[in-house]
Ligand binder design. Sequence first.
Ligand SMILES: [Zn+2]
Length: 642
Amino acid sequence: MKQFLMSLAIFCAAFAFGAANASPGPNSIAPTVPIAAPKDRAYPGEIRLKVDASDLERRIVRVHEALSGVSTDTVLLYPKWLPGTHAPEGPIDRLAGIRITANGAPVSWTRDTVDVYAFHVHPAAGVKSIDIDFDYLSPTSPKVGAIEISRDILLLEWNSLIFYPAGYFTRQIPVEASLTLPVDWKFGSALETMSASGAETKFKRVSLNTFVDSPVYAGRYAARLDLDPSGPAQVHLNLFADRPELLAIKPEQLEAHRNLVQQAYKVFGSHHYSHYDFLYSLSDQVQQNGLEHHQSSEDGSDPNALTEWNKTAYGRDLLAHEFTHSWNGKFRRPADLWTPNYQVPMQDSLLWVYEGQTEYWGQVLTARSGLWTHQQALDQLALTAAYYEVQAGRRWRALQDTTNDEIINPRRPMSWRNWQRFEDYYSEGQLIWLDADTLIRERSQGKRSLDDFARVFFGIEDGSFTTVTYNFEDLVKALNSVEAYDWAAFLRARLDSIGKPAPFDGLRRGGYKLVFSDTPSEFLKAHEDQSKRVNLLFSIGVELDDKDGTVLEVLWDSAAFKAKLTESSVILAINGAAYSADVLKDAIRSAKATNLPIELIVKSGDRFRVLNLDYHDGLRYPRLEREPSVPARLDEILAARK
Ligand SMILES: [Zn+2]
């Protein structure tokens, strides 16, 4: 068999070589019809959009769009590169029933064969407007895509529901939209209402840029809370829940959300919206979003996030993260990430600022506002630091390169995430900004901090929400205006180095060090309970589904890796006893005193295997320990500003 294959390979190679001599080989064909590049000029027409999102059972959204200003060779575009996801993720696979007409007569269309998000339409000469009807088929099950519509909640992103003309900046295309929701539902959006009649709401005209940036959340059970009754701009928390009792918010919880707004103003010294709406779903029936917009954000958490406050601290930095984006990301945006329309590719090279510093401020503001206790903020930071301490992928891949990850992999599951690295510009970015903050505090002897940078960089043009772009040099200049230092070298060393230890200088200078003990923090324990996961990443190197022992992640080079355990295997038994998290933890504890391996019976597909786990260091969970010889700068960073 082996010999036969080798003979065949030799034969094929010889044949291919012979063919190459007979012909020069294929050549590329002529490109398809060009699509006009976006220009900054007024669109000579408008979009009138009519959306019916009342079909909750079938989750089909009916769209009627009237587009004026067309010509005989109009190209319609479906948004492809989406702000906030920084990637070509427009859900074009969910469209059906596209029908284009002019004065009731059909107009033919063909899809561009290079850019499948572009549609060439050819109305007759003299036709100035066309009608486009189509269905947006929102996922009916998680295997199709994240759920947007349940019987009680609707998450509606306009980029899924609109075609727009090629050749214009999106800010130059006016949109007037109406939305029909189920009867008696309430909604929240940064869009302003022009009129409402029955189940239909008409919104005030805005640019396409603002329209796509202003999603709608709606629901049967909703609450709208004023977070800044006397502030410079209205800020509302719009809650949508699976059941009415999940909306109950205690006075101290509301107070912490109100503090978030005030603490953000103390950092940034400005606001960049005319009003701001948190669109917040408390649901396990629809996807739990975290997506920033200029005057709103899409936020989602478990149904019991408010009603079981003490058990749901993990992830509670979401609202502060998305709110921070109104300044960092929406108002100030990397120049290579800003695009004039949704077809021009985005470049993600500065996401360690856009996402990394937002992750930093998100957690700092969550602590300063009281949404987290001081201890919860420390415990989250310990988890982040510990993850990077054991991250094998640092050995081959620079942090800078991970800024491409959302384009490489739009958050599909990975088999060896820890070896590949994934979107580390968020959390490792956060550690770099802690490093920078503590360095400014140390060098200025406590007189200045990253708060001053935030005011200089994001606090300009108070009240304006016209995006201001920046590049690496602008960032370095702003840092230098706060504290003179070689910031370019500081940042590039941390972004481009390969094989260096995780950046813990900020922790050290903050007066803390990462340590491990055999009991998890309250914060981690609550997260394990809430998520039904077992975190043994820092001991044997796995995370498990608590219910059935399914392996969710295996750390590269860990004891579990060496025993050849893989993601999606199921641990059936430990040392002859049926799987439970407690049995496994007991075995890890007992193995500390012996040289004997822990024996696992594992099911992978239809194979059963016996694995020997050679691990003797006991249970290990991260926490931060105070280093008394260094000033407690981290405590100062996390404390509410007066
Ligand atoms: Zn973000």
